[in-house]
Design a protein around this ligand. Structure first.
Ligand SMILES: CC(C)(COP(=O)(O)OP(=O)(O)OC[C@H]1O[C@@H](n2cnc3c(N)ncnc32)[C@H](O)[C@@H]1OP(=O)(O)O)[C@@H](O)C(=O)NCCC(=O)NCCS
Length: 232
């Protein structure tokens, strides 16, 4: 289980960060990955009631990585924290799968109530550098939060918001460079891979038919050499 987590996390960095050159480099030099590994331990301790040890692991992680994740936060699979320094993720924050956070992002609270007070991010959300998402609001799947935005209201799935307070820019994404940096590569490759599978199956079928035809031809020429009438 731990090795699957580590393998898919490293793969997520390789696929989504163009600066990443090898898995070893990611394992050794990516504070975002280190913070997530520490968080898994801190969260497990927290969930089993070992609150102080959980906090101590999170504190050590912050000391080493510059990324502060409360041990109570719930984090999905393949989270990428790029650069990382200054990221703060609050106690009741929830993060879906394949989320991408840049440095200085805050998933913070707006009240001191001991209740859900931090945001919930859906799958595939991208949060630009310095953005703050505040309160128990939800950010829908695939939404994009611009650099330095301050988000105080829910964000619908697939939308892009920018500014202070954040507002939707209300049109589909236009910046391919940013998508290449922040979008899971599977999303772009899936249709191509499916097309390749179909072509491969057709090629196999064609090869089999050619094989059958040439075997038939060989039989009929052997028969005609032996004086038998060739099959129609
Ligand atoms: C929000 C974002 C994803 C939008 O990208 P996009 O869909 O290509 O949008 P555009 O660049 O075409 O900008 C659309 C409009 O929003 C404005 N805008 C874009 N990003 C903005 C931001 N962060 N803050 C304020 N306004 C922003 C643009 O000026 C433009 O306004 P206009 O229509 O009046 O000219 C992108 O600008 C962004 O902020 N990405 C974060 C990247 C990041 O943090 N990188 C860190 C690397 S270390």
């Amino acid at each position: 289980m731990a090795s699957i987590f580590l393998r898919e996390s490293v793969r997520a960095y390789r696929e989504r960060d163009p600066a990443a050159r090898s898995s070893l480099e990611i394992l050794l030099c990516y504070p975002g990955l280190h913070a997530i590994v520490f968080h898994r331990l801190a969260h497990a301790l927290w969930a089993h009631g070992a609150r102080l040890p959980g906090r101590m692991v999170a504190h050590l992680s912050r000391w080493l990585t510059g990324i502060e994740i409360h041990p109570g936060a719930t984090i999905g699979r393949r989270l990428v924290i790029d650069h990382g320094m200054g990221v703060v993720i609050g106690e009741t924050a929830e993060i879906g799968d394949d989320v991408y956070l840049y440095h200085q992002v805050t998933l913070g609270g707006t009240s001191s109530a001991r209740a859900k007070r931090h945001p919930t991010l859906g799958n595939g959300v991208i949060v630009g550098a310095g953005a703050k998402i505040l309160g128990a609001i939800s950010v829908g799947d695939g939404a994009r939060i611009g650099a330095n935005a301050v988000v105080l209201k829910p964000v619908a799935a697939g939308t892009t918001v920018v500014g202070i307070p954040a507002r939707s820019i209300d049109r589909p994404p236009t910046c391919p460079d940013f998508d290449a940096y922040g979008t899971p590569i599977e999303a772009a490759l899936d249709p191509l891979l499916r097309e390749m599978e179909t072509l491969r199956a057709e090629l196999t079928e064609l090869e089999a038919r050619v094989g059958r035809l040439s075997a038939g031809q060989r039989c009929s020429s052997q028969r005609s050499e032996a004086g038998a009438p060739a099959a129609e």
